[in-house]
Write a protein that binds this ligand. Structure first.
Ligand SMILES: Nc1ncnc2c1ncn2[C@@H]1O[C@H](COP(=O)(O)OP(=O)(O)OP(=O)(O)O)[C@@H](O)[C@H]1O
Ligand SMILES: O=c1[nH]c(=O)c2[nH+]cn([C@@H]3O[C@H](COP(=O)(O)O)[C@@H](O)[C@H]3O)c2[nH]1
Ligand SMILES: NC(=O)CC[C@H](N)C(=O)O
Ligand SMILES: [Mg+2]
Length: 533
């Protein structure tokens, strides 16, 4: 795990050398990642690190710092606090909600529980019309979510904005470009929040707007060439999903035939997946792909395991064992060892898997992040580790990857193993796989595939009574899931027409042995997650 942390900080340092970077220090707000996204939307690169980041350990200098919101109270025992060296950086600072309360705590400790919580919309009234932070945002609706409040102005600060319930809705240092706001500009409910963040990043921090995918391609190809050197060879974990296909294409552009793509058939892939991927990547994109059938190995290790986190870790570890064996087998001609492993890890995989990005909770261990071996020999190259899914798709289009590949629904590495709830057996996988195939086929036929962000079938470990051909049946239940989302961090369920669901349900019960009932999952994320495990 610690090696991964190192790998990630090296790449942040590299990216930040080329692109002006705003540092977002995360205090655990559910919206923190949105701050990063919004900034990138207007081509300013931003990177999120935990609020506990030691400033002296940063290997790059940010153009500005944003302190995020968070679920804690600054005055509570054990509440997270920023390293005070952040002020020595001498760059502009913006505190959002908890971030503002933290600025106030440091400058006079005048923060306390409010009489009532303030959650929802408020109107922003700008007091200091000359403040560059609020240019173009006066009288707009802003989104509040707090229970604590400032009881007075922090020492050395002035009020620059108010709202009906928050007399200190906006504050600024009298002498330095340090600002605090009580509301959340990063959520879309704050109508002009993006303008405010733009004012901060561009007018106040003077960050340049050069974060574009075209620039990223050049930078990343050069970076890969520098890391790998002129002769070393790289193996890549390629699944046929968007992320690893884009990563593989980038690697191929960077080092040509020194790249060996490997797809692992882990026994829990979708119907005909291995053949399809081999065809699409090999013939379609000229990527040298080998499919390794390790299905028995995976299924044997999964025997008797029902805990979702255990399944994920077993699969993550087994993937690495297979890659290490392959690296041995492919040994380059000059006798050197294969040193590097390419993975298509994305930013949300990292945020959700490891709570090192601040005191937010680990939700689930993505197989390619938290499921890795501690003592693994191969060094990771993860060119997409800083990107969101929509950025990766844009990158894929720029690299000339066909539409159908770029817009494929994501499919998790642990695959059907986390869609068969309970113990994973060959028979259970076969049922889930067939139901999933029918469901997706119907979605494609109905012209809905591109409207849905992700859809799949899950097999539940419960039995239910049914009647078929006058016979009593007592078989399992399939749950269908389909969601709409932009970044997979939050999601809503897809509103199918009733007729569509009726058709899918009837096909599944009729065509898949072992299923007596079909249900449709109508839970958003949060509170649910996309996958059932
Ligand atoms: N069957 C597999 N064989 C080889 N590598 C895999 C396999 N499944 C997943 N991986 C590796 O794990 C990474 C993370 O998986 P993930 O599903 O998040 O990405 P993806 O499959 O590339 O894209 P998508 O999210 O669109 O499915 C992949 O990018 C790839 O490097
Ligand atoms: O490669 C992956 N390895 C994993 O371990 C994993 N877990 C979830 N996912 C995918 O991530 C997105 C968000 O899913 P959750 O809301 O279930 O966390 C959805 O797109 C999920 O399919 C994974 N992908
Ligand atoms: N959204 C936030 O940052 C909330 C900050 C703090 N926990 C409060 O309730 O005021
Ligand atoms: Mg995948």
């Amino acid at each position: 795990m610690s090696e991964n942390k190192a790998a990630s900080s090296t790449s942040v340092a590299e990216v930040s050398k080329v692109f002006d970077t705003i540092l977002v220090l995360d205090f655990g707000s559910q919206y923190s990642h949105l701050i990063t996204r919004r900034l990138r939307e207007f081509n300013v690169y931003a990177e999120m690190l935990p609020c506990t980041q030691k400033i002296s350990e940063l290997t790059w200098k940010p153009k500005g710092v944003i302190l995020s919101g968070g679920p804690y109270s600054v005055y509570a025992e054990g509440a997270p606090h920023v390293d005070h060296d952040v002020f020595k950086l001498d760059v502009p600072i913006l505190g959002i909600c908890y971030g503002m309360q933290e600025l106030a705590w440091i400058n006079g400790k005048n923060v306390a529980r409010g009489e009532k919580r303030e959650y929802g919309p408020a109107t922003l009234h700008v007091v200091d019309k000359s403040s560059p932070l609020f240019e173009g945002v006066d009288n707009s609706i802003v989104w509040m979510s707090h229970g604590d409040k400032l009881n007075g102005l922090p020492t050395g600060f002035k009020t620059i904005a108010t709202s009906n319930n928050s007399p200190y809705c906006g504050i600024a240092s009298e002498t330095k470009p340090i600002y605090g706001i009580q509301f959340h500009p990063e959520v879309t409910h704050s109508a002009k929040g993006k303008i405010l963040l733009k004012n901060f990043a561009i007018n106040i921090c003077k960050a340049s707007q050069n974060w574009t995918m075209e620039n990223f391609i050049d930078t990343e190809i050069n970076r890969i060439r520098t890391i790998v050197g002129p002769t070393a060879e790289v193996i890549g974990a390629v699944s046929g999903g968007v992320d690893s296909t884009v990563a593989a294409k980038l690697m191929k552009e960077a080092i040509g035939n020194r790249f060996h793509a490997i797809m692992v058939d882990n026994g829990v892939l979708r119907m005909n997946e291995a053949e399809n991927v081999k065809k699409n990547l090999g013939e379609g994109l000229g990527i040298n792909l080998t499919v390794i059938d390790a299905s028995e190995e995976f299924l044997t290790k999964l025997k008797g395991v029902t805990d979702p986190e255990k399944k994920r870790k077993i699969i993550g570890n087994t993937f690495i064992h297979v890659f290490e064996r392959e690296a041995e087998r492919i040994k380059p001609k000059d006798g050197d060892e294969i040193e590097f492993l390419l993975q298509g890890t994305l930013y949300p995989d990292v945020i959700e898997s490891i709570s090192f990005k601040g005191p937010s909770q680990t939700i689930k261990t993505h197989h390619n992040v938290g499921g890795l071996l501690d003592n693994m020999k191969l060094k990771l190259i993860e060119p997409l580790r800083e990107l969101f899914k929509d950025e990766v798709r844009h990158l894929g289009e720029l690299l000339g990857i066909p539409h159908d590949l770029v817009w494929r629904h994501p499919f998790p590495g642990p695959g059907i193993a986390i869609r068969v709830l309970g113990e994973v057996t060959k028979e259970q996988v076969a049922i889930a796989r067939k139901a999933d195939y029918i469901y997706i086929e119907e979605i494609v036929n109905a012209g809905l595939y591109d409207k849905i962000s992700q859809a799949f079938a899950c097999l539940l470990p419960v039995k239910s009574v049914g009647v078929m051909g006058d016979q009593r049946t007592y078989e399992q239940v399939i749950a269908l899931r389909a969601i709409e989302t932009t970044d997979f961090m939050t999601a809503d369920w897809f509103p199918f027409e009733h007729g569509f669901l009726k058709k899918v349900a009837s096909r599944i019960v009729n065509e898949v042995d072992g299923v007596a009932r079909v249900t449709y999952d109508i839970t958003s994320k949060p509170p649910a997650t996309v996958e059932w495990e």
